[in-house]
Design a protein around this ligand. Structure first.
Ligand code: ZN
Length: 490
């Protein structure tokens, strides 16, 4: 066997073990008995040790030195493996195992703390996770900026400074739009009443199919925080239900379906290789957000969803498609990021981006976090946080050590804006099929232009190739201005 073939075979087994690690994480949040958390931490730590050993195996360095790529994709495989190998080598095995164990326990503590609104109970866990994450960032940065180093796990090639610039362009346009919307005297209706949970799950399953999710190699379960997990031939999603708020369930489902469809659509040639999954969190989020918002919350598609809801729930207080469209796009300065409308969403992300950079740099301590969060929230949204579960305890990310993840949400929205503009140009009559509940023209376009490539094209290049332009904030901001200007008559 050539060095290239040996490396590919070795990588394939590592990728398979990585998928198993993902499945343990999925199980932890869906099926695992509550009392099993400690044993699960041991199990994941053990597997992490195996994975770390493989990812830093000195043979990889030898194979890389001797391998000759048969083609451009092969070269990209080698580049990706080298990037990961160089990063992994910098993280001591002990630190990696400790992070896995600590975050498994912190995750469980976060669920309990959020339920009981008890930041004090979570704070020691967060301190530990933060400390280890900073240690990891420093090990990776090699004298550079630890936050930028952590960011590479989610958005290879991006920098904190570049994201700062993105928020600097986006934020004033969002604030201006929010002010116009708040000044509008148009009353947008709200969904009211109790919506049967089983019926919500039935509609969720229909929506997932409508957006092209393949249940032969996927499934939907419930979890506290909706997520998608896995690649290739086993991609699972979770959603959540609230009897008062069926939109949360439906749009969480469509969002996760966007992530899952991306993973399911990666070219089979790339399965269980270094290139066999989404290229970056930003591009991943562009898929989930374009499914959820530009498509799922469009006037055309909400017309279809309105029909599905009438079938399941009968009369629910809204009797026409236009009011329903306005209702699912209602703007309000709510506490919860995952429930935020498109106008407020990126303001939530900007807050987290700024605070986590402060935490990682040491300029902000964990004990001061609730106070600083609440002050910033009140300044940005005009309302005071009422309880920690609605403030700094709401998101799962920091309990899992995912510092550097948040800004990729907004980057994803910016990419979604660029892709949507290009999609509408290529498929000018898209709304006619969306109204019928047929998303195939849009999802097919995304599959061909983005999803099938996996990691074989770097993020920015991929968006530029798909849209014919370098990514920029303009298309997203223009889309939001037009859509919400129209709904609110401003
Ligand atoms: Zn997402």
């Amino acid at each position: 066997m050539s060095a290239f073939d040996e490396l590919m075979a070795f990588q394939r087994e590592t990728e398979a073990l990585g998928q198993i690690m993902g499945r343990l994480g999925w199980d932890m949040e869906t099926m695992m008995p509550k009392g099993s958390a400690n044993q699960r931490a041991d199990e994941m730590e053990a597997l992490d040790g195996v994975l770390h050993g493989r990812r830093t195996d000195p043979r990889i360095g030898e194979w890389l030195d001797n391998a000759e790529a048969p083609d451009a994709t092969g070269q990209r495989q080698l580049d990706e493996i080298r990037f990961e190998f160089d990063r992994q080598k910098r993280i001591p095995a002990k630190l990696s195992a400790e992070l896995t164990r600590t975050t498994a326990l912190a995750h469980r503590a976060w669920i309990e703390a959020r339920k009981s609104n008890d930041f004090e109970a979570f704070a020691p866990h967060l301190e530990k996770v933060l400390g280890l994450s900073v240690e990891k960032g420093e090990a990776l940065a090699d004298g550079g900026d630890p936050y930028d180093a952590l960011l590479q796990d989610y958005e290879p090639g991006a920098s904190g400074a570049e994201l700062d610039q993105m928020f600097a362009e986006l934020r004033p346009r969002l604030v201006a739009l929010r002010e116009r919307v708040q000044g509008s005297d148009r009353v947008v209706p709200e969904l009211k009443g109790d919506f049967d949970i089983d019926a919500q799950m039935r509609i969720s399953a229909k929506l997932a199919k409508t957006f092209g999710y393949d249940f032969e190699v996927g499934r939907i379960d419930k979890a506290v925080h909706p997520f998608s997990s896995g690649s290739g031939r086993d991609v699972r999603i979770t959603t959540r239900t609230d009897a008062k708020n069926p939109s949360d369930c439906f749009y969480s489902t469509i969002h996760e379906v966007g992530h899952a469809c991306y993973e399911q659509a990666v070219s089979p040639d790339l399965y269980l290789t270094a290139l066999g999954s989404g290229v970056s969190m930003g591009v991943h989020e562009s898929q989930s957000r374009i499914y959820e918002n530009q498509l799922g919350r469009s006037r055309a598609f909400t017309g279809h969803l309105f029909g599905l809801m009438r079938e399941e729930f009968g009369d629910f207080g809204i009797d026409n498609e236009d009011d329903f469209y306005a209702a699912v796009n209602r703007c309000a300065p709510g506490y919860i990021r995952t429930e935020a409308d498109e106008v407020h969403y990126n303001l939530h992300v900007a807050l987290r981006f700024d605070l986590e950079r402060e935490l990682v740099s040491g300029r902000l301590s964990v004990s001061d976090l609730p106070e600083v969060w609440d002050a910033r929230f009140e300044a940005d949204f005009g309302v005071a946080v009422d309880q920690p579960a609605n403030g700094c305890l709401q998101d799962v990310h920091w309990s899992e050590g995912l510092f550097g993840y948040f800004p990729t949400y907004s980057l994803g929205n910016v990419y979604a804006g660029c892709l949507h503009a290009a999609l509408r140009k290529d498929v000018p009559d898209l709304d006619a099929s969306l109204l019928e509940g047929d998303t195939s023209a849009a999802t097919g376009w995304l599959r061909e232009n983005v999803q099938k490539f996996g990691k074989s094209i770097p993020a920015k290049e991929l968006i530029e190739q798909a849209t014919g332009k370098a990514p920029s904030v303009g298309p997203l901001a223009d889309y939001l201005d037009t859509k919400f200007g129209d709904i609110y008559g401003v």
